[in-house]
Design a protein around this ligand. Structure first.
Ligand code: DOR
Ligand code: ZN
Ligand code: ZN
Length: 353
């Protein structure tokens, strides 16, 4: 018995499409095809490319490269570098958020210096989001800076109980703060690292069962506003090398995992829509996509299989997991862009707020 339901085109505010500079991992074409197959019709791309998106020129290069190649709509997040503050006024109308890396991870955008951080938080317009990669204690620093300068703060990939608690209290004080968590932190824990090896390594790392429970609780009580994939593909060679790259792909596994949680009654369908559409759209000011929807069959049970993925990296830490719920059709502005088997396009457009 099939059960077809309609969802809005999903929005992912945290995706690493890797072009230019790391197209061995992913590019605009493969990454947006993966998005479409996963039920996403709009994604925001992150700035930590080898030549980071920290200047108007680097942003323009991405815009040029993406034009005519994208299957879903794509918007950009600008990167905070020690010298990028001067460009904020020039780029702010072209991007959805400013990404600030306050801990070491892929790329070289780390900012730790207090004076540099103050310049970044004070310089970014207050009607636009500052997105932080701030793990553990660093989160307190980000909250303090956003409070001091009146920023709209968005906390990326919350993974610890202490982080959920810190965000919950900040919300109670009336601060403009939102956050996301990922499916790897919701469905995997540090116990999976042994089995997955480098394929279970990302920043922030997989956390404990107790942390994981706090994330599910944070979803239930509204502390966690949205789910982002943090789609961070790397090649198998890069994962199996001496210093494995941090990150996992997620665009094609997020919706099946969340639909499975709905079937298991861990999540309501309304909540799934809030987490993957309504809240990302509201917080990041994503424009409407008329006549756009996703059709899923909520009854199909199958095993996640890396061979079927559209992402260039062709692996997933969720391989072998049984899920219930499959994308059968995606319609973007009235055009069928996925029929469950084939992708059509490219019909994606570049987004500005
Ligand atoms: O695991 C991660 N991978 N965490 C990040 O913060 C960056 C990302 C990447 O770009 O590979
Ligand atoms: Zn991050
Ligand atoms: Zn990321």
């Amino acid at each position: 018995m099939q059960n077809l339901i309609k969802l809005p085109g999903l929005i992912d505010v945290h995706v690493h499409l890797r072009e230019p500079g790391a197209t061995q991992k992913e590019d605009f074409q493969t990454g947006t095809r993966a998005a479409i197959a996963g039920g996403y019709t709009a994604v925001l791309d992150m700035p930590n490319n080898p030549i980071a998106t920290v200047t108007p020129q680097a942003l323009q290069e991405k815009i040029n490269l993406a034009t005519g190649k994208i299957y879903c709509d794509v918007g950009f997040n600008f990167g905070a570098g020690s010298k990028s503050v001067q460009y904020f006024p020039e780029v702010v109308d072209k991007v959805f958020g400013l990404k600030v890396y306050m801990n070491q991870t892929t790329g070289d955008l780390l900012i730790e210096d207090e004076i540099a951080l103050e310049a970044v938080f004070s310089g970014w317009p207050k009607n636009q989001v500052v997105m932080v990669h701030a793990e553990g204690d660093t989160l307190q620093k980000a909250i303090a800076l956003a409070k001091k300068f009146g920023n709209k703060l968005h906390v990326c990939h919350v993974s610890l109980k202490a982080e959920v608690e810190a965000i919950k209290s900040a919300k109670q004080t009336g601060m403009k703060i939102s956050c996301e968590c990922t499916c790897h932190h919701l469905f995997l824990t540090d116990e999976d690292v042994k089995r997955l090896g480098p394929y279970g390594m990302m920043r922030p790392p997989l956390s404990s069962k107790e942390d994981q429970q706090a994330l599910w609780q944070g979803i239930t009580d509204g502390t966690i506003d949205m789910i982002a994939s943090d789609h961070a593909p790397h090649t198998r060679e890069e994962k199996e090398g001496e210093k494995p790259a941090y990150g996992v792909p997620g665009l094609e596994t997020t919706l099946p995992l969340l639909l499975t949680a709905v079937k298991d009654k861990r999540l309501s369908l309304d909540k799934l829509i809030d987490l993957t559409y309504t809240n990302p759209k509201r917080v990041f000011n994503i424009p409407d996509q008329p006549d756009t929807f996703v059709e899923v069959d909520t009854t199909i049970r199958y095993t996640l299989d890396a061979e079927r993925l559209y992402t260039k990296c062709r692996w997933t830490p969720f391989a072998g997991m049984k899920v219930t719920g499959k994308v059968k059709k995606v319609v973007l502005r009235g055009q069928t862009v996925f029929d469950g088997q084939n992708i059509f396009g490219p019909y994606g457009q570049l987004l500005t707020p």
